[in-house]
Design a protein around this ligand. Structure first.
Ligand SMILES: NC(=O)c1ccc[n+]([C@@H]2O[C@H](COP(=O)([O-])OP(=O)(O)OC[C@H]3O[C@@H](n4cnc5c(N)ncnc54)[C@H](O)[C@@H]3O)[C@@H](O)[C@H]2O)c1
Length: 246
C-alpha cells in the first residue's frame, strides 16, 4: 500500500493508460479521482468533469477537489486532447493551424494544470506531480516501424513531449523549495491492437522484443508518487523496454 491515504488526481483517467493508473492507485490504497472530459461532476464517485483546454475548468476542478478532500497529494497529467486531423499527414502536409492548436491544447493544457495543482501543493507544503511524456520527447522518430501501414508519427507530438520534459525540470527546480516534487514518465509504445505489421516492426527494434502494457507504466508512476521516491524530482523515468538505448 504505497499510496495509503493519499488523494491523487488523474487527468484523462478514462483512457488506455488512465484506466490502468486509476486501478493501480486504488490498489495502492489511495483515493483516485478521474478528471476527464468524458466524466460527469460526481466527486462522491471520485470523478470530475475536467477539460484541460479550459483554464476555468481546471481552476474550478482543483477548488472542488480541495473543498471535498482538503488536499491534493498527487496529480498526474495524462489527458490526450488532439484535433480531428491528428496523425493523418506528415509534416510537409500538416495544417500549421492544427499544429498550433495541438501545442496549445496539449502542452498548454498540461502547463495550466501544473499551474493550479502546484499552487495548491505549494500551500500544503507537500505534493507530487507527474507529467506523462513519451520516448518521442527525447528522441527523433523511427519511421521504419510505420512502413507498410497507414500509421503516421506526428511532429507536434515531439515538440509537445520534448517541451513537457523540460518544463518538468524547470518546475522541479522552482517547487523543490516547497517540498513539492515534479517528475515526468516517458513510455514507449503501448500495445493497443495496432496494425500487426507495425507491432512486428516495433517489437523487432525493441530490446525486450515487445510493446509495453498499461500496468507497466502505472507501476512506475505510482512509485514516483509514493514516499519511496521522496528524494526524486525533475527526473524523466523512461519505461520503454529498452527502445531508447539502441
Ligand atoms: N498509448 C501510448 O502508446 C502512449 C505512449 C507514450 C505516451 N503516452 C501518453 O500517455 C497519455 C495517455 O495516453 P493514452 O494512450 O492513454 O490516451 P487515450 O486517448 O487512450 O486517453 C486519453 C484520455 O484523455 C481524455 N481527454 C481528451 N481530451 C481531454 C481534455 N481536453 N481534457 C480532459 N481529458 C481529455 C480522453 O477522454 C481519454 O479518456 C498521453 O499523454 C499520451 O501522450 C501514450
Amino acid at each position: 500500500m504505497k499510496l495509503k491515504n493519499k488523494i491523487i488526481v488523474v487527468t484523462g483517467g478514462s483512457g488506455l493508460l488512465g484506466s490502468s493508473l486509476i486501478k493501480k492507485i486504488k490498489e495502492e490504497g489511495a483515493i483516485a479521482i478521474n478528471a476527464d472530459v468524458n466524466c460527469s461532476n460526481n466527486l462522491g464517485a471520485n470523478e470530475i468533469h475536467l477539460d484541460i483546454t479550459k483554464e476555468e475548468s481546471i481552476q474550478s476542478s482543483v477548488n472542488a477537489i480541495v473543498e471535498k478532500h482538503g488536499k491534493i497529494d498527487g496529480w498526474i497529467n495524462n489527458a490526450y486532447p488532439r484535433t480531428s486531423d491528428w496523425g493523418k499527414e506528415y509534416f510537409s502536409n500538416e495544417s500549421m493551424e492544427s499544429w498550433k492548436q495541438n501545442m496549445d491544447m496539449h502542452l498548454g493544457g498540461y502547463a495550466t494544470c501544473c499551474h493550479y495543482a502546484l499552487k495548491q501543493m505549494e500551500i500544503q507544503g507537500s505534493g507530487s506531480l507527474v507529467n506523462m511524456a513519451s520516448i518521442y520527447g527525447i528522441l527523433g522518430a523511427d519511421f521504419t516501424v510505420y512502413e507498410g501501414t497507414d500509421m503516421k508519427n506526428v511532429s507536434a507530438y515531439s515538440a509537445i513531449k520534448g517541451g513537457l520534459i523540460n518544463l518538468t525540470r524547470f518546475l522541479a527546480s522552482y517547487y523543490g523549495q516547497f517540498n513539492v516534487k515534479v517528475n515526468s514518465v516517458s513510455p514507449g509504445g503501448i500495445f493497443d491492437n495496432q496494425n500487426p505489421l507495425f507491432v512486428a516492426q516495433y517489437n523487432k527494434k525493441t530490446p525486450l522484443k515487445r510493446m509495453g502494457n498499461p500496468d507497466e507504466i502505472s507501476s512506475g508512476v505510482c512509485f514516483l508518487l509514493s514516499d519511496e521516491a521522496s528524494y526524486i524530482t525533475g527526473h524523466n523515468l523512461v519505461i520503454d523496454g529498452g527502445w531508447s538505448v539502441v
